[in-house]
Write a protein that binds this ligand. Structure first.
Ligand SMILES: Cc1cc2nc3c(=O)[nH]c(=O)nc-3n(C[C@H](O)[C@H](O)[C@H](O)COP(=O)(O)O)c2cc1C
Length: 314
């Protein structure tokens, strides 16, 4: 174990040495200045998100409902259910993402890059995250940058904290750390989501865009690929347990990169983005993952074992 730890430490240090100089530059160099635009009265909005364990979906639904309450016609749903060619037909677009490995997950970023031209459409972003210091600010900026690259005009962003769904944390024994946030989301969070919806709508009506300004920080330098790569080093096993599997296909549906072969009960570990979608959602606990010698168990099992009911907005 000591050898393995020192290998990981050495690898991480060399990787950091390789990535820090370039990452440091890109991390601080992406400010998009606010530009006023013609005030307008939006009629049709789209709210879409990526969500594996429901937090980002729940937030998106609260925002959509609030925009509806304020008179807009709103379509909403998970990005994989959205007809991407329709995105340019809305007056206002809101996108939501969980923070995974300090950034917007790669599968979602790739999809955003394939959106049609949304020139002159006001856009807003929100993220859900599982802990302080998790780089939520920059993740919301990444979302806005992707939408701006397609022509959207940034009108706001926000971040909503809740209990983390990163299964290795509790499986390895850091249960207390996760339980610290077991009360989130609460009614206060839902009120903040509604307020955010109302603020971004007001900005659209007033023709006010916002700066998109990243923060320079260490997380920004190790985000996504290096962080996933480091976590993969700590995962000893990631397959499907043939005897437990009930063949429901939930893992296939959840995996955003087609890394699971249910006929062979195998996971393609190179392709896998380590989103935990399979282990967190399998209803039979059949995803066999071992992290630092401990069997990983999923989000719903964690809720059950700790008697947690996730709050719904009233
Ligand atoms: C694979 C994975 C990586 C995560 N990485 C981060 C992170 O870097 N920073 C953070 O604040 N939260 C992190 N989290 C917590 C999630 O952002 C949080 O649980 C989020 O609300 C999940 O959204 P969802 O339920 O819509 O999938 C991570 C969770 C998972 C499953």
């Amino acid at each position: 174990m000591d050898n393995r730890r020192s290998f990981i430490k050495k690898s991480s240090l060399s990787l950091a040495a390789l990535t820090l100089p370039t990452a440091g530059i890109t991390a601080c160099a992406s400010a998009i200045p606010a530009e006023p635009f013609a005030p307008r009265k939006p009629e049709k909005a789209l709210v879409f998100w990526y969500s594996q364990t429901g937090n980002t979906a729940r937030t998106g639904k609260v925002i959509a409902r609030e925009l509806e309450r304020r008179g807009l016609m709103v379509d909403s749903g998970e990005y994989r259910e959205i007809d991407r060619d329709s995105v340019g037909r809305y007056d206002f677009v809101v996108a939501g993402s969980p923070v995974y490995y300090y950034d917007v997950p790669e599968n979602f970023q790739t999809w955003l890059g394939t959106l049609p031209d949304i020139k002159d459409i006001p856009v807003a972003s929100y993220v859900t995250f599982g802990g302080e210091g998790g780089n939520f600010h920059n993740t919301a900026c990444t979302l806005l940058e992707r939408l701006h690259a397609r022509g959207g005009i940034p009108v706001g962003w926000n971040a909503f904290g809740n209990m983390s769904a990163f299964a290795p944390t509790w499986s390895y024994g850091n249960v207390k750390r996760v339980l610290k946030f077991k009360h989130k989301p609460d009614q206060e969070s839902f009120a903040a989501m509604r307020k955010f919806a109302s603020t971004i709508l007001t900005r659209v009506q007033a023709g006010q865009s916002v700066d998109v300004d990243r923060e320079c920080n260490f997380r920004e330098m190790i985000k996504s690929k290096p962080s996933i790569w480091g976590t993969k080093l700590l995962i000893d096993r990631h397959t499907i347990d043939k005897d437990r599997c009930v063949g429901c296909g939930t893992c296939l549906e959840k995996c955003p990169v087609g890394a699971i072969d249910l006929n062979a009960y195998q996971v393609d570990r190179d392709r896998c983005l380590l989103c935990m979608g399979c282990v967190n959602n399998c209803p039979a606990g059949a995803v066999d993952m071992v992290f630092m010698g401990k069997k990983v168990y999923g989000y719903y099992e964690f809720l059950k074992r700790n008697n947690i009911t996730v709050a719904d907005p009233v």
